[in-house]
Design a protein around this ligand. Structure first.
Ligand SMILES: *Cc1c(COP(=O)(O)O)cnc(C)c1O
Length: 474
């Protein structure tokens, strides 16, 4: 572009006041502070100026500037954390917020968060109470343990338990259980953080009780079992069971801790979900301390739950670290409501979304996928080809890594855009939609789609499947 033309175009750009006087923009002033709106106008004008200077030949009319300002201001209004449609079929998707709370838990959070509550006052005596009392009794009742404590997440539960029971001493763990959970939670590193010394025994695939026994010495404080929640060692294997460790612990007067990871409170073997020990079983096996997450298979809020023998839980309650990793009232409210659902285990399968999604019968999933394929197919017309398909979903959240859950899928083959363009547009849309890609198709797994997702999903697909401006599929 010639220099003269550039100068003319720069000069033709509207002034801030001119944009501000447009009726659409002055409307914004009713909703947003003036400084915000002026800031947006400046930003859009700066972008326009840079475009002209870099020789971009597009016409920058006043209307374009106004539209850009409207878009920018509306983007600011949009919360950074917002709902997403999960069409991946991964039930416990850590990046998508893990467990969905039961309706009762959502209600409890709403009720408690907007007003004062008895978080730390005993209403019977008027004296200071414990924030854990609302959930401790329920946890004792549901798991059969003597005592319970709840902290921020399971990573901090493990840190607290190890730091309390074995600081400066040795903890014996099998080489087959030196787990990494993702997000840099690695058992050896947590062990170091908590000030204990790790003593590895056995081999990756086989660890016998006598391997632990040989390693027991004066400095030993704890025998640790870590549930390999996100991987399995299969084939020629021997894992020392918690009950065997407890037997050994009794002989040497050593406590046994089991980090379960996922807290399973109902047995789902009849649904084909077999390879996860329940909390109750681990407690019944005699583990002195058991730790698990609140937002994995339990289906509650993010929390680290510690149950076990009173003498050890009491020691943890006195550890100053407990104060640093304590839960807030929202967690107490949501966790109490979630645990109450488990008092009726049959009802819990329906009311706790995680359990409902994991146990939905395959014929129901197929029916939902068939219906969705039809609704989407009708709505998309010739924007894409849409078919029903059978497939498999995953539990996710580092739980039951080998479980294969038969499901129903809707496969979408875009006509005008590539599948990469489609997923990118869906991700940046409103609401964002996350699915799975297979070859040149997008797969939508109905297992994790919620009752009112259909219309927004269809709308998002219609927008994302439109032909690109100025060209066909790339
Ligand atoms: C998931 C997991 C953790 C960490 O739990 P968070 O609640 O995510 O902190 C620790 N140990 C095991 C075995 C796990 O599976």
């Amino acid at each position: 572009m010639a220099r003269a033309e550039q100068v003319l175009r720069l000069r033709a750009l509207p002034a801030v006041d001119e944009v501000l006087n447009k009726s659409e923009i002055s409307q914004l002033l009713k909703e947003y502070p003036r400084a915000e709106v002026v800031g947006a106008i400046r930003k859009v004008l700066d972008t326009a100026r840079n475009k002209i200077l870099s020789g971009d030949g597009q016409d920058l009319q006043l209307k374009t500037i106004v539209d850009d300002v409207l878009q920018l201001v509306n983007q600011w209004k949009r919360p950074n954390l917002r709902p997403v449609i999960n069409a991946t079929g991964v039930v416990l998707h850590t990046n998508l917020g893990r467990a969905l709370l039961a309706e009762s838990a959502c209600q409890a959070v709403k009720t408690i968060s907007g007003g004062y509550c008895n978080l730390e006052i005993d209403l019977n005596t008027g004296k200071r109470g414990s924030r854990y009392s609302a959930v401790e009794e329920l946890l004792i009742k549901l798991t059969g343990a003597e005592a319970a404590l709840v902290v921020n997440n399971n990573a901090s539960a493990v840190l607290l338990a190890l730091g309390t029971l074995a600081r400066g001493k040795e903890v014996i763990v099998s080489r087959g259980q030196l787990v990494e959970i993702g997000g840099s939670f690695r058992i050896p590193e947590v062990m170091e953080q908590s000030g204990c010394r790790l003593v590895e025994v056995g081999t990756t695939n086989k660890t016998y009780p006598q391997d632990y026994e040989k390693a027991i010495g004066e400095e030993t404080a704890l025998l640790l079992n870590v549930h390999t929640s996100n991987y399995r060692i299969v084939g020629f294997t021997k894992e020392t069971r918690v009950a065997e460790l407890v037997h050994l612990g009794q002989q040497y007067k050593l406590p046994v801790m089991s980090d379960l990871g996922s807290g399973f409170l109902v047995n789902l073997a009849s649904f084909g979900l077999t390879d996860e020990p329940t909390v109750q079983q681990t407690v019944a096996d005699g583990a002195h301390v058991v730790t698990f997450s609140g937002d994995k298979l339990l289906g509650g809020p993010q929390a680290g739950i510690i149950v076990g023998k009173k003498e050890y839980i009491d020691q943890m309650k006195k550890n100053p670290l407990t104060r640093a990793v304590r839960i807030d009232k929202f967690t107490v409210a949501a966790l109490e409501a979630t645990l109450r659902e488990y008092l009726d285990p049959e009802g819990a399968l329906q009311k706790i979304p995680t359990l409902r999604m994991l146990t939905e019968p395959v014929d129901s999933l197929h029916r939902r996928a068939t219906e969705l394929a039809k609704t989407i197919g009708d709505g998309l017309k010739d924007l894409a080809q849409t078919t029903f398909e059978e497939g498999l979903s995953q539990v996710g959240g580092g739980a039951m890594p080998t479980a294969q859950l038969p499901t129903g899928l809707v496969a979408v083959s875009p006509r005008h855009v590539s599948v990469e363009q489609l997923t990118e547009r869906l991700r940046s849309g409103d609401p964002p939609v996350i699915g799975r890609v297979q070859g040149d198709r997008l797969l939508l797994d109905v297992r994790t789609l919620q009752a009112n997702d259909t219309q927004p999903l269809l709308q998002a697909l219609i927008e994302a499947l439109q032909p690109l401006k100025g060209g066909d599929k790339q």
